[in-house]
Design a protein. Structure first.
Length: 201
């Protein structure tokens, strides 16, 4: 577990050092949330507005998790490959699964921090979440599942995309594509029928 913790620490510190990680994972979803709420104020009644803000907050949390896993994790793997870090790891007493687990844990912590900040912003602008204790437990389980799924996609892209630039455009396309086709940016009710199955997945 020492190797896992070492990879986790190094990866998370790397995330903190790179400004683009904070911008795209936390600030960008917050900006989208605020912009969307401004447009909602004109189109939704005052009674429905707090719950609509809550739905938008949850959508931005899902988007932030996708960015954290797909963009940041794949980017860190590609960057380590180009700088020779992955080559050095082969000569060290660390197994690939330990390296991957450490990276996934770093993405998980980054996603949790971003989620807490987005919830705080959502509550500050008047978002309400209509749910009981059971619903919150299910939401936490979904949060963990979303983190693992996004991190898995990031691992796959980072492993097979040899260059940082290629990995960037690949993971950006995946993040934006899944966001649009899974109901994050477009309401599930107005999604075409052939995209609803994808949204359920």
């Amino acid at each position: 577990m020492v190797q896992v913790f070492g990879t986790f620490t190094n990866t998370f510190k790397c995330f903190l050092r790179i400004r683009a990680v904070s911008i795209f994972t936390v600030i960008f979803p917050m900006f989208l949330l605020l912009i969307t709420v401004v447009s909602l104020n004109k189109n939704i009644s005052a009674t429905d507005l707090p719950l609509a803000k809550g739905v938008l907050t949850i959508s931005m949390i899902a988007f932030s998790i996708m960015l954290a896993g797909v963009l940041n994790l794949a980017g860190s793997i590609s960057r380590d490959r180009e700088t020779g870090v992955l080559t050095k790891l082969k000569s060290m007493p660390i197994r690939p699964w330990q390296d991957f687990l450490g990276r996934i844990l770093a993405v998980g912590l980054l996603s949790l921090v971003a989620s807490v900040l987005l919830v705080a912003v959502g509550i500050a602008i008047g978002a309400q979440f209509s749910a009981g204790i059971t619903n919150y437990a299910e939401a936490f389980g979904f949060l963990l599942l979303a983190i693992i799924s996004a991190a898995s996609i990031g691992l796959i892209v980072g492993t097979y995309a040899k260059l940082v630039l290629a990995a960037f455009f690949t993971r950006l396309g995946i993040a934006l594509g899944t966001a649009f086709f899974s109901g994050i940016f477009i309401s599930y009710d107005i999604l075409p029928t052939y995209f609803r199955g994808f949204a359920h997945i």
